[in-house]
Design a protein around this ligand. Sequence first.
Ligand code: GDP
Length: 422
Amino acid sequence: MELIYAEATPPGRGGVSVVRLSGENARKVAEDLTGRLEEARKVYLRSVMDGDELLDEGLVMRFDEGNSFTGEPVVELHLHGAPVVVRRVCAALAFRGAREAEAGEFTRRAFLSGRINLSEVEGLGDLLEAETEAQRKLAARSVSGEMGKLVERWRSALIRAGALVEASVDFADEEVPDEVPSEVYDILYDLKDQFDSEILGFQAAERLRMGFEVAVIGPPNAGKSSLINRIAKRDVALVSQTAGTTRDIIEVQLDLKGLAVTLLDTAGLRETNDAIEEMGVDRARQRASFADLRLHLSDTNEVDSLLWQDGDIRVRTKSDLGTKVSDTIAISSVTGSGVDNLLDMIYANLSTRVAGAGLISHERQKRELTDARDAIEDVRSLPPELLAEAIRLAAVSLSRLLGRIGSEEYLDTIFSSFCIGK
Ligand code: GDP
């Protein structure tokens, strides 16, 4: 593979900047700048020279083919964290035939050389984007190869079941009764159960990854924007005394004790003759009905029953002005009273939904796994030849899940979201 280089640390000034070099000639090209790097995975303190000119002094280490992130020979140069140093070192590498890596190219090579599978690539992408603790944990499980190992176990079980069926078909030719051994069905039923429970846990895992949506709804002037501002501790939504000013849905991202939550400030929900406002109301209703949870705000006692769903929370606003109502939580966005309680309630509500989260957290993964499950749905009714084919199809879907086959198009999409140097 062509020799590629990139700054692996974020561009700019810092303690150190790491430049990574990967490809067949990595060692030779690096040694031209740093002198001999006798041992792999050993740290050398070296002057980095471009001919006679000293570019920097830094730590250098090399990795052998098969023992590096990309699977290719790799050299890392830990330089002083100065853009001008990085620029000069990169120019020296380019002069020696290396080219700058594209976004995600190091990871792509790691994938192509079989160092990591597609679910690990996805996990790595998730990890780079993770902002909350729950997102980090979920991504770390994918990166660590937990899913890869599980899917490999499933595949081995399928291969065993397939072999047992093939054997029974062979015997059939020799006119021994062509009965499929019961072990085959035991394996397949067990797998189907496991696939089902992973698929069931998908929604929760996806929520962990993407975050929950909580819609703040209620009539105009109920205090929606004020509450959101209070929570966000900054002015994100327009607070105004004229009804119906919040026409667009405003989103506020929150890290709620590790859960990623997007609060949706909906337009004032009320019947209106104004066409634009009506569009806002429709949009708000739709968005609110799809949200994971709705906070029904009111400074009176009304609740929009059309949008009410099980598990929703009624919130009595402006408690500083009036009497408390017993069956709802009362808050004041002016004094802040009750707001922490409300956040606790939201957290309690959402955290019960992530209890069953599985490892599958991407739509693509769910699709492949569902295909595998569907292939072995009705195995009892199948004659041995078709049963063998069904098992083979399920195994193919699992291979696709890990990206062993059919992932080219998808790769371009996923790596385009990576940064250069990753
Ligand atoms: P929205 O239309 O539901 O978004 O309501 P706003 O947040 O714009 O609030 C409407 C009006 O009620 C504004 O004048 C706010 O200052 C006032 N308001 C909101 N929350 C409170 C509260 O907790 N206490 C008091 N006293 N006034 C509030």
